[in-house]
Design a protein. Structure first.
Lengths: 114, 111
């Protein structure tokens, strides 16, 4: 089996700050995802990448940038943190993009903006 | 567009009682449906996924039946356990292979 490691686990930022979240996977999966998890709103896709150096915007990409530096890593940048923002960011991966493909998740980075 | 609806945000049950978490969907395709479970401080993980041949998927005592006529994929278990307390997401894989997620149902099992 594999694992998805997200760093940091907790991130406290200040309003207006640029913040970067990192994700590493050792599944050797092609596709990686960043989701935002808010209570009562499900999982909303921010960015995904189907291969190294590929980037695709999700429904929630405004205010975020992403980078797929290599196959195993995918980072997310909050370009300007919003005051009082609190959310969990989940990184995920799958062997490929497919209709019946299982997605594997990391445990998340919990962001608090003060 | 495609959508997934989970009507219950919170379900509280006593241990030993049956569990049913609702999931309905809208899709212009013939989608695959999934249930993911997230225990506290853990990563979400796949619990069940629908089959193409109308078989009923089962895992850890949970099962779900895809009813295309009613566009539903409700999650059921005959007897709840304390360890079933978690957040449950229903998801749909549509025409562009992206997962569409429901809003989640938090299940609390009390002794």
């Amino acid at each position: 089996g594999g694992i998805i490691t997200q760093t940091p686990k907790f991130l406290i930022g200040q309003e207006g700050q640029k913040l970067t979240l990192k994700c590493q996977q050792n599944f050797n999966h092609d596709t990686m995802y960043w989701y935002r998890q808010d209570s009562g709103k499900g999982l909303r896709l921010i960015y995904y990448s189907i291969t190294e150096n590929d980037l695709q915007k999700g429904d929630l990409s405004e205010g975020y940038d992403a980078s797929r530096e290599k196959k195993s890593s995918f980072s997310l940048t909050v370009t300007s943190a919003q005051k009082n923002e609190m959310a969990v960011f989940l990184c995920a991966s799958s062997i490929r993009q497919g209709a019946n493909t299982e997605v594997f998740f990391g445990k998340g980075t919990r962001l608090t903006v003060v | 567009g495609d959508s997934v609806t989970q009507t219950e945000g919170l379900v509280t049950l006593t241990e030993g009682l049956p569990v049913m978490l609702n999931c309905t969907y809208q899709s212009t395709y013939s989608p695959f449906l999934f249930w993911y479970v997230q225990h506290l401080n853990e990563a979400p993980k796949l619990l069940l996924k629908s089959f193409t041949d109308n078989k009923r998927p089962e895992h850890q005592g949970f099962h779900a039946t895809l009813h295309k006529s009613s566009s539903s994929f409700h999650l059921q278990k005959s007897s709840a356990q304390l360890s079933d307390s978690a957040l449950y997401y229903c998801a749909l894989s549509g025409g562009n292979y992206q997962l569409i997620w429901g809003s989640g149902t938090k299940l609390i099992i009390k002794p």
